[in-house]
Design a protein around this ligand. Structure first.
Ligand code: ZN
Length: 293
């Protein structure tokens, strides 16, 4: 059985056909334009490359993941122009006539990591991405985290010392939430240059590590994950991950009595095992599950 996966991002879509990391027949990446054009391009890709049993979509959001909701399968309140209210599932289902599974991009990535990557064997863990935006998902007791809607880890509030960092933040809803202070876009606007060009500026990455660690400490204290998989473009800065681990230990101050948060922290906060393919591979796993259901 062959499945289709879509990592539906706000700037690009990645589509793949296959069964897993060792078996990806075809992949394509194209920019996110209008909903009609973008969805048609994905549908064309699957139609041209043979038959898939089901398609999984890991989408940017916020999205409606409540199966009982009349608007299940839609992107909801996104500020991305033209995309609010887009019914991704219905459009793909109509074009391809196969089951379509739908979840957040970060829940899809979490699922991929649990199936093949850095979270194999775990039942409660989080996947957090620090990229252009910040998002997080994961599993609780072996099930992808859903509830009222889905986790929005990027929009939690974290302490912001305006004396030290007077930057107002970039979130259009909250200003200085986690994403507002620590996303790639926040780095770019605060320092006036993209992170990739600031590699040698230690002050940039010290502040970034402190904000990321504040977010992760809240995740650790509220969800008690067995591991945090930390991905996204900002984490490509090689100095950042060790700094984040150190800050998490410092902030927790020894209170939580687990070796994973002490000398074992290098195996507790880890890079994705699937690299930047976690999302699209997780979408393939979503499709498999939809087909098996
Ligand atoms: Zn926000």
């Amino acid at each position: 059985m062959t499945y289709g996966g879509i990592e539906a991002g706000g700037t690009k879509w990645v589509c793949a056909i296959g069964e897993g990391p060792a078996d990806l027949h075809d992949t394509v990446t194209f920019p996110t334009t209008t909903p009609r054009e973008t969805i048609a391009r994905a549908a064309d890709f699957f139609a041209r490359n043979g038959t898939v049993a089901a398609v999984g979509v890991g989408s940017f959001g916020p999205i409606d993941v409540r199966r009982s909701s009349p608007t299940w399968g839609r992107i909801t309140t996104t500020p991305k122009a033209g995309w609010a209210g887009t019914d991704v599932v219905a459009a793909l289902g109509l074009a391809l006539d196969v089951p379509v599974a739908f979840d957040t991009d970060v829940n899809a990535a979490a699922l991929g990591e649990q199936r093949w990557g850095a979270a194999v064997g775990l039942v409660t863990f989080c996947y957090v991405t620090i990229g252009t935006g910040i998002g997080g998902g994961g599993m609780a007791n072996g099930r992808l985290m859903h509830g009222l809607l889905h986790p929005e880890l990027g929009h939690m509030r974290i302490p912001h010392d305006r004396q030290r960092d007077p930057f107002d933040g970039v979130c259009p809803y909250h200003g200085d939430c986690f994403e507002g202070l620590a996303s790639g876009e926040a780095v770019r606007q605060r320092w006036g240059a993209p992170g990739e060009t600031l590699t040698d500026d230690a002050a940039v990455w010290q502040l970034e590590a402190e904000y990321v660690a504040l977010g992760l400490v809240n995740v650790i204290c509220t969800l008690s994950p067995q591991r945090i998989v930390l991905g996204g473009g900002v984490m490509q800065q090689s100095a950042l991950l060790p700094l984040v681990r150190g800050e998490v230990r410092r902030l927790l101050a020894g209170y939580i009595d687990a070796p994973e948060l002490g000398d074992g922290i290098d195996e507790f906060i880890v890079a994705p095992g699937l690299g930047d393919r976690a999302g699209v591979l997780g979408a393939i796993e979503l499709a498999r599950r939809a087909n098996d259901a």
